[in-house]
Design a protein around this ligand. Structure first.
Ligand code: SF4
Length: 346
C-alpha cells in the first residue's frame, strides 16, 4: 500500500515505500516514543534540574488526541510504540489509555519505559490492557545512592515493581544510566541482579541534554569501560548476533554462558544514528524527529486548529523530511539540545 503525504513544503517529502516512510537518509520510521506527561515522581539528577517546571495540564494532549495521532503514525508504518514520560504511570487513567492504544489496528507492539515506582500496583492492569513489556530504570542497588540519584526514589518499591511486572507476564528489561564515580563499581552487580530475574540490564551512556548543564565529562563511563567491567568479573564477551536490534541497544553475551547478556546504549562513544528508526511525540504534542536537536513540529496545533488526518500526515512528513543525520553530542558536554531529558522521555 502506498501512503500519500499531502505536500505542504517545497522540499521533497520523505520517501514512503509500501506502507513505510523513510527520511532523506533512507532510514525507515517504524518506532514512536509517546510521552504521556512531562511530570515525574522522581527527580533524577542526570535527567532534570531539581527546580524543573512542568507544563500546564491543559497543554497536554488528551487521550483522544493521542489515539488519533498514534493511529495516523501506524498508518504511516509505525509498528512499535513506547509510552514514556516524564513518568508515564503518573498520568491519570494510564491503564485506560493503554487499552485504547493497544486496540489500534496494525500496531504490533505497545511497551513502556518507567521508573517502576508505581509498577507493583499497575503491572497487572497494564498487562491486561495490552501492554507487552516494560523497561525499568534502576541505576544502582544501593538504597542510599538510589535515593540520592533520584532525589526521592525508593529502591525497594522499584524492585517490587520489577518483580510484579515479571509476575504479570510483561517482558522486562532494566535500564541503568552509567556514571563514573556513581555506579561504575556496580556494573557486575547490576548484571547479576538482572540475570537472577531472567532478564537483561542495558547500560546507557550519559548524554549532554539540558544544554550540557547536567553533564560532567568526568562522569563518563564509556561502552568500552562497561564491557571491560563485565569482562573483569565474568570473562570474555562476544556480540550477540541473533539479537533483534530494533532499538539502540547493542547486546553482548558471556562467551562462557551465552544466555547471560548485557546491553549497552552507547550514544556517545559508539553512536548508532545511521540506523535510527524512531520519532518522539511529547506530552504536549510536539514531534521531535531527533533526540539530539531541539527541532520540533506541533501536531497538537494542527489537531486543535481543526486539521484533517491529511494535515497531520503532512506535518509528520515535513518533520521526517527535516530529520537530521544524527546528534552532535560531544564528550566535552557541548553539542546537545537545550531540552531536558524528562521532557522528551529518553
Ligand atoms: S540522536 Fe537522533 S538520529 Fe541519533 S539515534 Fe537518537 S534520535 Fe536517532
Amino acid at each position: 500500500m502506498v501512503i500519500r503525504l499531502p505536500i505542504v513544503t517545497t522540499q521533497p517529502l520523505p520517501r514512503h515505500t509500501g506502507d513505510r516512510i523513510e527520511d532523506t537518509f533512507g532510514r525507515r520510521v517504524s518506532y514512536l516514543r509517546v510521552s504521556l506527561t512531562d511530570r515525574c515522581n522522581y527527580r533524577c539528577t542526570y535527567c532534570m534540574p531539581e527546580d524543573v517546571t512542568f507544563r500546564p495540564r491543559a497543554e497536554l494532549l488528551t487521550f483522544e488526541e493521542i489515539v488519533r495521532l498514534v493511529t495516523v503514525f501506524v498508518e504511516l508504518g509505525v509498528r512499535r510504540v513506547r509510552l514514556t514520560g516524564g513518568e508515564p504511570t503518573v498520568r491519570n487513567n494510564v491503564v485506560e489509555l493503554t487499552a485504547m492504544l493497544a486496540a489500534i489496528p496494525g500496531l504490533d507492539e505497545l511497551v513502556m519505559t518507567t521508573n517502576g515506582h508505581l509498577l507493583a500496583e499497575l503491572a497487572g492492569p497494564l498487562a491486561e490492557a495490552g501492554l507487552r513489556g516494560v523497561n525499568v530504570s534502576i541505576d544502582t542497588l544501593d538504597p542510599a545512592q538510589f535515593a540520592s540519584l533520584t532525589r526521592r526514589g525508593d529502591l525497594g518499591r522499584v524492585i517490587a515493581g520489577i518483580d510484579a511486572a515479571r509476575a504479570a507476564g510483561l517482558e522486562v528489561k532494566l535500564n541503568a544510566v552509567a556514571l563514573h564515580g556513581v555506579n561504575d563499581g556496580e556494573v557486575a552487580a547490576l548484571c547479576d541482579f538482572a540475570w537472577a530475574r531472567g532478564t537483561t540490564v542495558r547500560f546507557i551512556e550519559h548524554m549532554p541534554m539540558s544544554g550540557g548543564q547536567l553533564f560532567a565529562p568526568a562522569r563518563e563511563l564509556s561502552a568500552a569501560a562497561i564491557r571491560a567491567a563485565v569482562e573483569a568479573r565474568y570473562g570474555a564477551l562476544a556480540p550477540s548476533p541473533s539479537r533483534d536490534h530494533r532499538g539502540p541497544s547493542r547486546y553482548w553475551h558471556l562467551v562462557e554462558d551465552p544466555a547471560r547478556e548485557v546491553g549497552i546504549i552507547s550514544a556517545m562513544t559508539e553512536h548508532f544514528c545511521e540506523a535510527c528508526n524512531r520519532l518522539r511525540l511529547t506530552a504536549s504534542g510536539e514531534l521531535h524527529a531527533c533526540l539530539g536537536h531541539d527541532d520540533a513540529t506541533s501536531l497538537r496545533d494542527v489537531v486543535r486548529a481543526g486539521g484533517s488526518d491529511d494535515d497531520v500526515r503532512a506535518a509528520i512528513g515535513a518533520s521526517v523530511h527535516g530529520k537530521r543525520a544524527g546528534h552532535e553530542f560531544q564528550r566535552s558536554g557541548v553539542g546537545g539540545p537545550s531540552k531536558h531529558m524528562v521532557s522528551i522521555g529518553g
